[in-house]
Design a protein. Structure first.
Length: 350
């Protein structure tokens, strides 16, 4: 699973936003940016329609971010999510429709992946030295501790009730972490609010999760670069075009630990309680829902190149797998046909 705490996303280069600097003298293009919940966001609009003001766009974005912070954030100590985690017990807890919706999205990906994506994995992530509240001196947890933590982890231990909206913990100590889906939820919701304002040429990015529709200020489809999964560098590996879909990348090359001479990935397999040990460096997923792209990218990263590719193919996901080659610094890739359809030539202009 992804390291706890919203931060800039691994793997996507925001070169598309450079267009707005080039078009700065044109009153049509609009770019908005800011900080939220431990990360940043940016919204680019090729042209505001008649009757839609900048203030209306700013208000729509602010409203979505307020909702995300109030209900889904692990950074806000007063958020609904934090309050749910703090309450120990196995009785039904009433929750907002918004929190229930996000948890339901996460649980659907968990079921489809056999638990490779799991929003209850936080205690194991911290035990391995990652995320908020992690140990200052990272070390591998003892086998007995790992086994104990696994007893309080598992998406099956979380129950949902639609009417009235409620969640119930199967074990009192269970907690949920929506960092693997909430940024995508916010991107999807901002995009929906823009379209409600009559805006159909835009790009939205939050914490590295991206969604775009229509054309950029230059009149071309929006293009996003997927970076080469190499620590200390930011180079484009592949370029894709987005129109009405989103993209998310999960990788292990920026956040890792050295423990007892071993390189430990921050991607924890919720099924075993241990970091993944395969050679997969990153997974990129293109999906109609950015929230689900985010969750699927994490799940496929857990599953690895063979099992992950087989599942992505069955599910007809647009997915790119980049794994380390035996040659130092080299990579080998595999991609589904759905991903190939959005990929453009590496020489293509962003």
């Amino acid at each position: 699973m992804r390291d706890a705490g919203w931060r800039w996303g691994v793997g996507l280069l925001g070169a598309a936003m450079a267009l707005f600097a080039a078009c700065g003298r044109d009153p049509g293009p609009l770019q908005l940016a800011g900080s939220t919940m431990g990360t940043t966001y940016s919204v680019g609009i090729a042209q505001l329609p008649d009757g839609t003001s900048r203030a209306a766009v700013e208000d729509a974005i602010a409203d979505v971010l307020r909702q995300a912070d109030a209900h889904l954030s692990g950074w806000n100590e007063q958020s609904e999510l934090v309050r749910f985690n703090a309450r120990v017990g196995t009785d039904w807890q009433p929750v907002s429709p918004l929190l229930l919706e996000s948890v339901a999205q996460a649980q659907s990906v968990s079921a489809a992946t056999g638990g490779a994506f799991d929003i209850t994995v936080g205690p194991l992530v911290r035990a391995w030295g990652f995320g908020a509240g992690a140990r200052r001196e990272p070390s591998a947890p003892a086998p007995e501790e790992q086994t104990q933590l696994l007893r309080s982890v598992g998406y099956q231990k979380l129950e949902l009730r639609a009417s009235p909206p409620a969640l119930r913990k199967g074990v009192p100590s269970l907690e949920i972490d929506l960092d693997g889906i909430a940024p995508g939820w916010a991107v999807d919701r901002i995009a929906a609010r823009l379209e409600a304002l009559g805006i159909h040429d835009y790009i939205v990015e939050l914490g590295g999760e991206v969604r775009a529709r229509g054309l950029n200020p230059a009149g071309r489809p929006w293009r996003v670069a997927i970076e080469t999964p190499r620590a200390g560098e930011r180079q484009a590996y592949a370029v894709i075009e987005l129109d009405g879909v989103g993209v998310s990348t999960s990788g292990d090359y920026r956040d890792y630990r050295e423990v007892e001479g071993r390189r430990i990935s921050h991607t924890i397999d919720p099924r075993t309680g241990a970091p993944v040990a395969h050679g997969l460096a990153s997974v990129t997923v293109v999906h109609e829902s950015v929230a689900e792209a985010d969750a699927w990218a994490t799940a496929l990263m857990v599953l690895g190149p063979e099992e992950g590719m087989a599942l992505a193919t069955r599910e007809r996901l647009g997915a790119l797998f980049i794994r380390r080659d035996v040659r130092e610094g080299s990579f080998v890739e595999s991609a589904t046909p759905e991903f190939a359809r959005v990929r453009v030539s590496p020489a293509a202009r962003l």
